[in-house]
Each structure stands twice: as C-alpha cells, then as structure tokens.
Ligand binder design. Sequence first.
Ligand code: SAM
Length: 221
Amino acid sequence: MDESDLYRRWMRLVENLEREGIIKSERVKRAFLRVPRYKFVSDRYKEYAHVDEPLPIPAGQTISAPHMVAIMLELAELEDGMNVLEVGAGSGWNAALIYELVKREVYTIERVSDLVEFARKNLERAGYKDKVYVIWGDGTKGFPPNAPYDRIIVTAGAPKVPQPLIEQLKVGGKLLIPVGNYHLWQELLEVIKLDEENKIKIKNHGGVAFVPLIGEHGWRE
Ligand code: SAM
C-alpha cells in the first residue's frame, strides 16, 4: 500500500472521529491530519494504522488507539506556547501531536531504552527532530529541568497520582493521568493544581485501559 492510500485511510478515520464527536476542535483535527499514525508504527503495522485500536510497538508496549489520544488531547486544551511534558513516549506519535498543538518544544520521557530509540527515529523521519526531545528515564519523577509545566500528559496507567508530577505543574496547570489497576482498568483523571501548596481538584473522565506506569511513584517492576 502506498503513502497516498495510507493517508486516504487516515483521513477517513479522522473524519469518523469528528463525526462521532470525539475530535471536537479544529485544532485537534488539524494536528491529527498533520501527524498520521502510520508514520509511528513498524512497516508491518502501517496498513492497520487507521484502525481505531491500539497497535504493538517494540518492548511489548502499544501505540494508543486514535480515539483515546483524541480524547486526552481535547481534555488537555493545549494552546500555542504551553510548556508540556509527556510521560510515556512509546512511538513518539502523541508527542508530535502535542507539538502541533503548542508549537514549541515538547519533552517526553520513556523508561524503555529501545523505545527511546524507536521514538527518536520516528520523530526524526517525520520532521520533529528539534521539536520533540525524548528523554530516557522514570517519568513518575517528572522532568524537573524543564518544570513547571502547563500540562503533563501521562500515557500509562498509575496506581495513584505521582506527587512529583503535581509539584512540577504550574498553579492552574493540568495533569491527565489514568489511575487504577495494573492491567484492566483505570480511570482517566484530570488533575488541576490549585495553589503553591499542591492542593488539587480531580475530575474523573471514566474507564480507560493503558499499559502500566512502572517506576518509583508508579507500579513496581
Ligand atoms: N504515547 C505513546 C505513543 O504516542 O506512542 C504511547 C505510550 S504507551 C501506551 C505507554 C508507554 O509508557 C510505554 O512506552 C511504556 O514503556 C512507558 N512507560 C511506562 N512507565 C514509564 C515511566 N515510569 N516513565 C516513562 N515511561 C514509562
């Protein structure tokens, strides 16, 4: 299948997500159209990149389903110039989408070194080399050198909200994170930081299924 077929299928998926009310804003739609998922999966999965389901990436991990990514990006309410940290780089796809929504450098942390390489290669090929920085490390501890953040988006499921992530948010900033069980299921939480003392307000957006967030403030290996 050539690139124009892949892109046509991708456009159809984006239109469906919009029709279903999952993609709500022009901004998220534009980002999806600029960053097709097939650029972030191995060759053998490219022809399935428009299917609205997670797909395998190296190290037994997954690239999330397009509807899930769209839901989180709509909730994030990203604006130009926002400072965003992603935890769980995986393929690099979501970080590239975030870049398109903030138009400034994005930091994304990944704990599996093979995936750091995978994400960097995908991002470089897709034109995001100096736009998205993939850091190798434990994202449950955040990434203090670039804090405080307007938004932190966690793409793996945690047992609880990691305190360092709250500390590294700006007041008024927002953390999106799935919290719940190791495997199925978690609930997607929107955590708003209310003051410098790390007081928070939590809104629950319902059931989701993510791979586990493993680290000092997450699940144990
Ligand atoms: N956002 C990714 C994308 O666009 O392809 C998909 C992420 S995948 C669902 C979850 C990722 O979180 C996996 O790559 C996993 O290795 C990573 N992960 C799990 N625990 C982590 C941690 N403590 N710090 C950083 N990454 C972690």
